[in-house]
Ligand binder design. Structure first.
Ligand SMILES: [Zn+2]
Length: 219
């Protein structure tokens, strides 16, 4: 392959990425240039990196949001979150969910690797997107709790740190796990914490005789 052909191929790949994720090619090139540029990490450079990360997150979210609708979880579901957190003093975040906005029918991104599945849900700051509307079952309510934990991680660390650590951790794991994308995803620090707590939440729900799985289904 000649250099010109290689450049054409990279351009095609970037355009593909832009079509699939909505992230403008220019933003990706800016990020690559930034990462390759030598020099110390100054406040100005870190500020620029923050803006780039924000531009990427905003682009991906705009694609995810397309065609989605808002929904309000049943108060009884939010009460369960409350009760669980209140009864688990080692839960690492304070309970504040009044600002969370929930969406369903979102345009969910493909899960990487050989899997052809779409992700079930994705969170951007305090906005949670589901592919399909969660039902009042232990697994769906636990999935809501999982995303809810992500909103608290965002709130604690801020969007730029959250996104940078999340993506950096994923890429590092990819290399470590020999490009097994599922293992790399499961080893992201923020995912491990969210999965750990959604499992404990599911166990707690299952242990409650008062929890009626079919109550308010789709409500
Ligand atoms: Zn997650």
């Amino acid at each position: 392959m000649t250099l010109a052909e290689t450049i054409e191929k990279i351009k095609d790949e970037l355009n593909n990425l832009q079509d699939r994720t909505g992230v403008p090619v220019k933003v990706i090139l800016d990020l690559v240039a930034f990462l390759l540029l030598p020099g110390k990490a100054t406040a100005t450079k870190l500020g620029k990196l923050g803006l780039l990360i924000k531009a990427i997150a905003d682009s991906v979210e705009a694609v995810v949001k397309k065609g989605s609708s808002r929904f309000t979880p049943a108060q009884s579901t939010l009460d369960l979150f409350n009760e669980f957190i209140a009864s688990h003093p080692n839960f690492p975040y304070s309970k504040k969910y009044s600002t969370v906005t929930w969406y369903y029918n979102a345009n969910m991104p493909r899960i990487g690797g050989t899997s052809n599945q779409n992700a079930g849900a994705i969170t951007f700051e305090d906005r949670i997107y589901f592919g399909s509307r969660p039902k009042r079952t232990v697994s769906d309510i636990s999935a809501m709790f999982h995303e809810f934990v992500h909103t608290m991680q965002y709130r604690k660390h801020g969007q730029v740190v959250f996104a940078a650590v999340y993506v950096g951790n994923y890429l590092w794991n990819l290399i470590k796990e020999q490009f097994d994308s599922v293992a790399a995803y499961g080893d992201i620090k923020f995912e491990k914490q969210a999965y750990d707590w959604d499992r404990r939440f599911a166990d707690w729900l299952n242990s409650r005789s008062s929890f009626a799985p079919d109550e308010n289904r789709n409500a």
